[in-house]
Write a protein that binds this ligand. Structure first.
Ligand SMILES: [Zn+2]
Length: 322
């Protein structure tokens, strides 16, 4: 169940607000969206994990604009005029810099100084992107930060905790009278994240294989925490297929390392992963980088934590961990 009713989703927010006004607020129905934020902090978050952090910390004290709509990946999102308008009316925006979402960064750069801009990478230590396997391709544009670092920080919950603390500080400064509520909310979320972290540490200690073959190279932080070796079939751009030589190298790696599961993703085409799985006699299973959230998952009440927990059990199964 989604517990945060204040998320404003592109395309449905006005309708939803209108419906809520008609149903529940008999005398204050209005078509002016700015009136919704009279008592709440209006904030924008650039993609799903940051949306979840902001909504968990802010609770009912925030009105939240989601810059990447459900069902879309984060890397190459293009902001619509309506989203840009909502962003420009925010008091703060939470995002990731360094070329992760170029269109978001461009929009953030054009905002006036009155809007607080929080780059959540600024307080994290980032992993370098290293060549994953001899004979495979390097990364594609958008997958790697301009600094050459890996942007997929949220896949290790410890980084989610750091980002949650930054969001807490920002919201508390914007609305000091709600700071105690924000702190309580943040602490509850942080303890859930820490529990997830412990599950990563314990569930993959003893595995028959430590090779994690994935669709796109999103899992370095999770792999590092669980001491797995990630090998990705392609970079972020699903249209840019890896070469036959690269696929051959991965197939050889999978065979040598006794890989029995090749992982594909919710928001990317699964063909290559499934073809590779057939080729090496492995099965294909889903792994979710949680850089977006599908509408189906959202409707089913999925969260960053539940999707990560699904990831852990699939990895534990695929790598035959005991
Ligand atoms: Zn990615």
């Amino acid at each position: 169940m989604r517990t945060i009713p204040t998320i404003s989703r592109r395309g449905i927010s006005v309708l939803a607000l209108a419906a809520m006004s008609l149903l529940f607020v008999s005398c204050s129905s209005t078509s002016d969206p700015s009136s919704e934020s009279a008592d709440t902090v209006k904030i924008s978050a650039s993609f799903y994990p940051l949306v979840e952090i902001a909504s968990r910390v802010g609770g009912e004290k925030v009105t939240l604009v989601e810059l990447t709509p459900p069902g879309e990946g984060a890397h190459d999102v293009q902001l619509t005029a309506k989203t840009l308008d909502e962003l420009s009316r925010s008091q703060a925006v939470f995002y990731i810099s360094d070329g992760f979402q170029p269109d978001v960064e461009k929009a953030v750069a054009s905002l006036p100084n009155t809007i607080v801009k929080k780059d959540l990478l600024s307080t994290l230590s980032l992993l370098n992107v290293v060549e994953q396997l001899q004979g495979t391709e390097g990364e594609t544009d958008g997958e790697v930060l301009a600094s050459g670092k890996d942007p997929h920080v949220w896949l290790d919950p410890v980084n989610m905790v750091v980002m949650t603390r930054t969001v807490l500080e920002t919201l508390s400064a914007l609305q000091p009278e709600s700071a105690a509520t924000f702190t309580t909310n943040a602490n509850v979320y942080i303890s859930e994240l820490e529990e997830l972290g412990t599950e990563i540490d314990t569930s993959m200690k003893n595995c028959a294989s430590r090779a994690l073959v994935t669709s796109h190279r999103a899992f370095a932080y999770l792999a590092a925490r669980a001491q797995l070796q990630q090998v990705a079939i392609s970079g972020v751009n699903p249209e840019e297929e890896p070469s036959a030589k690269s696929l051959e190298a991965i197939a050889a790696f999978a065979k040598t390392n006794n890989v029995s599961t090749i992982f594909f993703e919710t928001l990317l085409p699964a063909d290559l992963a499934k073809t590779l799985a057939t080729q090496v006699g492995a099965t294909a299973d889903l792994l979710d980088p949680v850089e977006g959230i599908s509408s189906e998952d959202l409707a089913a009440g999925a969260t960053y934590i539940s999707l990560q927990r699904d990831n852990l059990s699939r990895i534990a199964k695929g790598l035959r961990c005991s």
